[in-house]
Ligand binder design. Structure first.
Ligand SMILES: NC(=O)c1ccc[n+]([C@@H]2O[C@H](COP(=O)([O-])OP(=O)(O)OC[C@H]3O[C@@H](n4cnc5c(N)ncnc54)[C@H](OP(=O)(O)O)[C@@H]3O)[C@@H](O)[C@H]2O)c1
Length: 180
């Protein structure tokens, strides 16, 4: 499994249920990397998507503790996608082990953990690679964070892309591999 995340210098990832910053090039990278693949996420992350729709042409495995929170909008969006010929799949699971069971029938490099904070933490021990987009957007008001891989001693940055700019924010695409 691979975690894919956008973090700032403090490893902040979100604010009030939303991303800290939307960087179009990063969105594009996310779409291209996960297209046709399996994405494991928490229910809050699914709810943060436009119309609460699962990601098109991906297997969306969504952790949900309280089944009452299953959203009609998400199920309808999945049905509409499938009727239109897309291969969108929405699977709700109650436990991390059920998510792993549903994901393990796919090649492990095709399974992406896409957030949010609670789900990144749950699945990090099962991952050897993290695709991290670093940005320097301010932390002000951020309420969700990714574990600091650099400080953990368990991860090493193996690739660091060139710095790029979006509306005054500098970002770069990086890759971390587990060392222990
Ligand atoms: N920067 C990035 O790359 C990035 C990526 C993704 C998300 N985010 C941000 O992260 C934030 C959301 O993170 P979050 O931690 O608040 O929410 P989350 O991880 O997306 O979802 C949390 C929910 O997942 C379910 N869940 C989590 N652990 C579970 C378990 N062990 N068993 C069963 N269900 C479980 C629960 O659903 P129920 O309570 O509904 O039952 C829980 O409330 C948002 O701000 C989002 O924009 C950032």
């Amino acid at each position: 499994m691979i975690e894919i995340v956008n973090v700032n210098r403090d490893w902040a990832i979100g604010k009030q249920g939303r991303l800290l910053i939307h960087i179009p090039a990063d969105m594009r990278f996310f779409r291209e990397t996960t297209r046709g693949k399996v994405c494991i996420m928490g229910s809050t992350t699914l709810e943060s998507f436009p119309r609460m729709a699962p990601l098109k042409n991906r297997v969306n495995i969504v952790l949900i503790d309280d089944e009452q929170k299953i959203r009609r909008e998400s199920l309808e969006a999945e049905a509409a996608d499938r009727a239109a010929g897309f291969s969108t799949e929405l699977i709700y699971v109650r436990t991390p082990s059920e998510a792993i069971k549903r994901a393990e029938v796919y090649p492990k490099d095709d399974v992406f953990v896409i957030g949010g904070a609670s789900v990144y933490r749950l699945f990090l021990p099962y991952c050897d690679t993290c695709l991290v987009t670093h940005n320097d957007f301010p932390t002000d008001g951020a309420d969700t964070f990714f574990p600091d891989l650099a400080a953990s001693g368990e991860w090493r940055m193996t690739e660091q892309g060139a710095p790029q700019q979006f509306e005054g924010t500098t970002f770069r695409f990086c890759r971390y591999e587990r060392v222990k």
